[in-house]
Design a protein around this ligand. Structure first.
Ligand code: GTP
Ligand code: MG
Length: 303
């Protein structure tokens, strides 16, 4: 399946919703008037693009209509696509062999941190890189076993301590191990935590201090894993995590079958953070570099 097909299939529910609304609005006219633009704005909000992004996008459409007089469906959709696209920054992770890149995977419970860690390990292996994973979720009872199982499946070494131990100590050991084995990549899987729990957020800051001290030359990517089915709470999550653990990028998971795919636009617009990866399923190869052009193309109806 091509890149675009994955985005298209993943965003089909969201696109179907937007398409149905637009078809209903434009039925009989084929052109957009002011009321329809208001409705279109509501449709974007309902598709979880966020209030600010939706408002700005429709403002741009109004400006386009004012300056060109073009109220056609084509012109409106084209302007909409360009405006939404411009709100998103994509960043492709490109770890180099021979230097250590550390991926610190963070996020609230159940967003897909562990699965994404495994997917990333598999991808790095496919690219001939040396990978180690760290089981820094010492909180949830089965978490260490879950990562070890992924380690076996992807043939990746997993550094783990017992459940209940200090995650920063696991990270310390994992860095030592990565350095001793000349690993190119260390993926740190952390426990799901609510962004409102101050002590849990402090734990992440401690992990970061260990990384800064023990691997000062490593490239550190702190990636917030966001579940695309979450809705607007994702914005709050992103802001809270970014405040306590400066993030370098976002991963949007569960884009397969989410009717709330627009949330990627909302989070990108509200945080300015780049989106690095997109998760499209539970299998180890269901991971793609995020592509903002394809994303927007897949989100909106074909004009
Ligand atoms: N459909 C779909 N399911 C996913 C995707 N990524 C993860 N999942 C599923 O989401 C569930 C949670 O995934 P985990 O990787 O365990 O999530 P986590 O963030 O590590 O969870 P905690 O460690 O408990 O916070 C599992 O059932 C995964 O198979 C995805 O891209 N698409
Ligand atoms: Mg996990």
């Amino acid at each position: 399946m091509s890149f675009f097909q994955k985005f298209k299939e993943g965003l089909s529910k969201t696109r179907d919703f937007i398409t149905a609304q637009i078809n209903r609005m434009a039925a009989g006219f084929g052109v957009f008037d002011d009321d329809m633009l208001d409705e279109l704005e509501m449709t974007l909000v309902q598709a979880d693009c966020g209030v600010t992004a939706s408002m700005e996008a429709i403002d741009a459409v109004r400006e386009y209509i004012r300056s060109t007089g073009d109220t056609s469906r084509e012109g409106v959709l084209q302007t909409l696509a360009e405006t939404l696209r411009a709100m998103m920054v994509e960043k492709h992770l490109d770890p180099k062999p021979g230097e250590l890149t550390i991926f610190l995977m963070v996020g609230v419970n159940g967003t897909g941190k562990t699965t994404t860690s495994a997917k990333m390990a598999q991808r790095a292996k496919n690219n001939g890189l040396r990978v180690i994973m760290a089981a820094a979720d010492t909180f949830r009872a089965a978490a260490v076993e879950q990562l070890k199982t992924w380690g076996e499946r992807t043939q990746t070494a997993v550094i783990a301590h017992q459940t209940g131990s200090d995650p920063a100590a696991v990270v310390f050991d994992a860095i030592k191990s990565a350095q001793a084995r000349n690993a190119d990549i260390l993926i740190i899987d952390t426990a799901g935590r609510l962004h409102t729990k101050k002590n849990l957020m402090e734990e992440l800051a401690k992990i970061r201090r260990v990384i800064g001290r023990e691997a000062p030359d490593a490239v550190l990517e702190t990636l917030l894993v966001i579940d695309a089915t979450t809705g607007q709470n994702a914005i709050t999550q992103a802001r809270a995590f970014h405040e306590s653990t400066p993030l370098t990028g976002l991963v949007i998971t569960k884009l397969d079958g989410s009717a709330k795919g627009g949330v990627a636009v909302a989070v990108a617009r509200e945080t300015g953070l780049p989106i690095c990866l997109a998760g499209f399923g539970e299998q180890v190869d269901d991971l793609q570099d995020f592509d903002a052009d394809l994303f927007v193309k897949a989100l909106l109806p074909e004009s």
